[in-house]
Design a binder for this molecule. Structure first.
Ligand SMILES: Nc1nc2c(ncn2[C@@H]2O[C@H](COP(=O)(O)OP(=O)(O)OP(=O)(O)O)[C@@H](O)[C@H]2O)c(=O)[nH]1
Ligand SMILES: *[C@@H]1O[C@H](CO)[C@@H](O)[C@H](O)[C@H]1NC(C)=O
Ligand SMILES: *[C@@H]1O[C@H](CO)[C@@H](O)[C@H](O)[C@H]1NC(C)=O
Ligand SMILES: *[C@@H]1O[C@H](CO)[C@@H](O)[C@H](O)[C@H]1NC(C)=O
Ligand SMILES: *[C@@H]1O[C@H](CO)[C@@H](O)[C@H](O)[C@H]1NC(C)=O
Ligand SMILES: [Mg+2]
Length: 414
C-alpha cells in the first residue's frame, strides 16, 4: 500500500508539528540522559535491499492503543498465578527521599493491592538508613543488592587517554561523568542479568522523583503477558544527538551482519526520518515494563556486546533508552510493543497525562502540560503501528511517510 506524495505529506507533517518539536528540543536542554534533542542527520546507506524484507502482517484483531481498548484483554491472572515480576531500580543512597516519594505513589496507586516485590541495586552497599526508609514505605518484600565489578566498569578495551579527552570536551548533560556512563551501560546490558532478578520474568523500572498520577486498576505485568507484549513504554521523544553520533551506524553494521534478527513486522520505520537517517526517537526507559526474555535473548545480548565492544558507551554517552528502544523497534514485532498511555507519569521534567484528567476520573494531572502525546515520536509510533496492524485501514492516524515493501530504507523517501 502506497500513500501518494510522501514528500509533500512529510513537509506538511513537519510544519504542523514544528511547535511541539521545538518544545521538545527546549526541554532537552533542561533534562538529561535519554532526552530530546537537536536532530543531526546521518546516513543509512549501508542497509541494502537484500538485508531487509518488509512483509505485510497477517490481519489481527488487536489494534493500536486508544483506538479500541476493548480489544485488549484486561483479565487478571488467577490469584494463584501471580506473575513472576518486580519493581526494579538502580539507585543511590542519596536518592532515599526521591525514591520514597516515588514509592508512595506507586503503592497508593497500584501496589498496595498487588504487593509485587521491589528490587533495588547500587554500585556501593546500601546504608541501613536507606534500607529502613524504603522498607517503611511498603508491606511488599524489598531486596537490596550490589553490583559486581564486571557490570560497573570501564572495559579494558577503552583507551584511557581518548576517554579522558572525551569527558573534558563533552558539551552535553552529564558529559563529564564517568558514573553516568557506567550507569547507562549497566542499565543497557546488565540490570536484567543481576542475580536478584533471576527468578522474575518481568520488571517495571522506577527511578527516584518520578510520579504516578493515576490509579492503575489492573496488573500491567499480567496485561503484558496476556497480550504477548514484550516491551511497554509511556514517554517517547527524540534523543540528544550529540550523545549518540555513531550509535545508529554501529547498529546498522550489526544488523547488516545479522539480518535474520530483524523482526518481520518490526517498527524500524519509526526510527528513520524522511532522509532515511535515525530520527532520534526512543522510549524513555526510566519507565519501562519489559518481558525480560527479550533482554535475555541471544539477539539482544549479541547486540549489546557489539555496542559495548565499539566503545560508544564511553567515547560518546549512549543512553540505555535509545539502546533499549532501537533493539525493541528492530528485533520485536510491532504487536509486541505497547504504549501505556493510560499510565499517568512524570519524570523530571516531562509529563505523560491521559486525556480528560483534570476534572474527572482518578488521575490528577494536567494534560495541557503533556505535550509528549502529540509529539513527533508518539504520533509516528501510533501511525506506524496502526498501519502494520491494519494495512487496509483508512483511518487518518498516519501522517508522514509510511510505506511497505520498499527495497531499501533510503529509497523509501525519495
Ligand atoms: N547506584 C547508582 N545509581 C545511579 C548512579 N547514577 C545514576 N544512578 C541511578 O540511575 C538512574 C538514572 O539516573 P538519573 O540521574 O536519574 O539519570 P537521568 O534520569 O537520565 O537524568 P536526569 O534527568 O539528569 O535525572 C536513577 O535511578 C539513579 O538513581 C550511580 O552512580 N550509582
Ligand atoms: C554513517 O555511515 C554513513 C554511510 O556509510 C556515512 O556516510 C556517515 O558519515 C556515517 N556517520 C558517522 C557519524 O559516522
Ligand atoms: C589512545 O588514544 C590516543 C588519543 O586519541 C591516541 O593518541 C593513542 O594512539 C591511542 N592508543 C592506542 C593504543 O590506540
Ligand atoms: C513476528 O511476526 C512474524 C509473522 O507473524 C513471525 O513469523 C515472527 O516469528 C515474529 N517475530 C517475533 C520476534 O516474534
Ligand atoms: C487489503 O486490501 C487488499 C487489496 O484490496 C486485499 O487483497 C486484502 O485482502 C485486504 N486485506 C485485509 C486484511 O482486508
Ligand atoms: Mg532520572
Amino acid at each position: 500500500m502506497f500513500l501518494g506524495g510522501p514528500t509533500v505529506r512529510y513537509q506538511r507533517f513537519f510544519w504542523r508539528h514544528l511547535p511541539v518539536m521545538l518544545a521538545g528540543i527546549l526541554a532537552g536542554y533542561i533534562v538529561g540522559c535519554n532526552k530530546p534533542a537537536v536532530r543531526q542527520l546521518f546516513s543509512l546507506n549501508a542497509l541494502s535491499t537484500n538485508e531487509i524484507q518488509f512483509q505485510q502482517p497477517p490481519p489481527t484483531s488487536l489494534t493500536t492503543e486508544s483506538l479500541t481498548p476493548a480489544a485488549i484483554s484486561l483479565e487478571e491472572p488467577e490469584s494463584s498465578t501471580r506473575m513472576r515480576a518486580a519493581i526494579v531500580g538502580l539507585v543511590r543512597n542519596s536518592d532515599l527521599f526521591g525514591l520514597r516519594m516515588a514509592m508512595r505513589q506507586i503503592e497508593d496507586r497500584f501496589n498496595r493491592r498487588y504487593n509485587y516485590p521491589y528490587i533495588f541495586v547500587n554500585d556501593v552497599p546500601f546504608t541501613d538508613e536507606f534500607k529502613k526508609g524504603i522498607r517503611d514505605m511498603t508491606k511488599a518484600k524489598v531486596q537490596f543488592g550490589t553490583l559486581d565489578h564486571e557490570s560497573w566498569k570501564v572495559p579494558e578495551w577503552i583507551n584511557a587517554t581518548r576517554y579522558e579527552q572525551v569527558k573534558r570536551d563533552a558539551r552535553y548533560p552529564h558529559g563529564e561523568k564517568d558514573s553516568y556512563r557506567k550507569m547507562c551501560r549497566f542499565q543497557s546490558g546488565y540490570l536484567h542479568r543481576h542475580p536478584l532478578l533471576r527468578d522474575i520474568d518481568y520488571y517495571w523500572r522506577i527511578e527516584p522523583d518520578v510520579e504516578y498520577y493515576c490509579d492503575i486498576e489492573y496488573d500491567p505485568f499480567a496485561f503484558m503477558h496476556n497480550n504477548g507484549f514484550k516491551y511497554g513504554w509511556n514517554i517517547a521523544m527524540t534523543e540528544f544527538m550529540d550523545t549518540i553520533p555513531t550509535l545508529w551506524n554501529t547498529t546498522v553494521e550489526f544488523v547488516n551482519s545479522h539480518p535474520e534478527m530483524l523482526a518481520t513486522n518490526s517498527l524500524w520505520e519509526w526510527l528513520v526520518d524522511a532522509n532515511g537517517d535515525y530520527n532520534g526517537c526512543h522510549f524513555w526507559s526510566n519507565f519501562e515494563i519489559v518481558d525480560l526474555s527479550f533482554y535475555r535473548s541471544s539477539q539482544y545480548q549479541a547486540y549489546f556486546d557489539y555496542l559495548d565492544r565499539s566503545g560508544g558507551f564511553f567515547y560518546e554517552r549512549w543512553g540505555d533508552a535509545p539502546v533499549h528502544s532501537i533493539a525493541a523497534a528492530l528485533f520485536l514485532n510491532a504487536t509486541q510493543i505497547h504504549y501505556f498511555d493510560d499510565i499517568g507519569y512524570f519524570h523530571p521534567s516531562v509529563v505523560s497525562c491521559p486525556a480528560n484528567s483534570r476534572f474527572s476520573g482518578k488521575c490528577v494531572c494536567d494534560e495541557s502540560k503533556s505535550f509528549v502525546q502529540n509529539g513527533y515520536c508518539i504520533v509516528r509510533f501510533k501511525a506506524i503501528k496502526q498501519m502494520l496492524l491494519n494495512p487496509n485501514s483508512t483511518e487518518s492516524v498516519h501522517e508522514g511517510p509510511i510505506h511497505y515493501g520498499q527495497p531499501a530504507i533510503k529509497a523509501v523517501y525519495e
